[in-house]
Design a protein around this ligand. Structure first.
Ligand code: SF4
Ligand code: SF4
Length: 167
């Protein structure tokens, strides 16, 4: 599959790393499918977004950081910022949204919710999945399509499909 779809060529990864990416993608897809019904039964949901997808990673980003949560609160300074677009989409659908800097704060946030949609890279997605299992929260995941801890990207259409409306 890696060779057929030229995944190594497109991503610049060697074959074994590209294979790992495909395995991780399939793993998240299967988990999403198996948790879908439980997720749709939840009535209090949150969307967790990665801070690395903000348009600006320096003080040009106008978001306020609350260390108590901890979460960034977007000031919607740029209409082309992916975080602004994702928050706008999810809030209209009844989700509370947090923009987080890492997976360690997930248990603190999750204790207030029954369902979660998480956007993250492979490593953070695995950490998040472990938290979900231990807290009995139904989750759905969306992978970053561009990693690197800054200027990362995810697919807004995929997020839109996963973030089923609550209202
Ligand atoms: S739209 Fe929000 S997250 Fe994006 S750069 Fe502006 S304040 Fe930061
Ligand atoms: S790429 Fe992954 S580890 Fe890096 S900041 Fe983004 S979510 Fe966190």
């Amino acid at each position: 599959m890696v060779e057929k779809f030229r995944i190594g060529e497109i991503t610049g990864l060697n074959i074994s790393d590209a294979l790992k990416v495909v395995e991780d993608l399939i793993d998240v897809y299967v988990k999403n499918l198996s948790e879908k019904e439980n997720f749709l039964r939840t009535s209090k949901r949150t969307l967790l977004l990665p801070h690395c997808s903000r348009k600006f990673m320096d003080n040009k980003c106008q978001a306020r950081f609350d260390p108590e949560v901890p979460s960034y609160y977007c000031a919607h300074c740029s209409s082309d910022c992916l975080i602004h677009q994702a928050i706008t989409l999810a809030e209209k659908r009844g989700y509370d949204v947090y923009v987080i800097a890492g997976g360690s704060c997930i248990p603190k946030i999750l204790k207030n919710y029954e369902g979660i949609v998480g956007v993250a890279c492979c490593e953070e997605m695995k950490l998040g999945t472990d938290h979900l299992k231990s807290m009995n929260v139904a989750g759905q995941g969306v992978f970053l399509t561009k990693n690197g801890c800054a200027n990362t990207r995810f697919n807004l259409d995929s997020l839109e499909k996963i973030c089923e409306p609550l209202n």
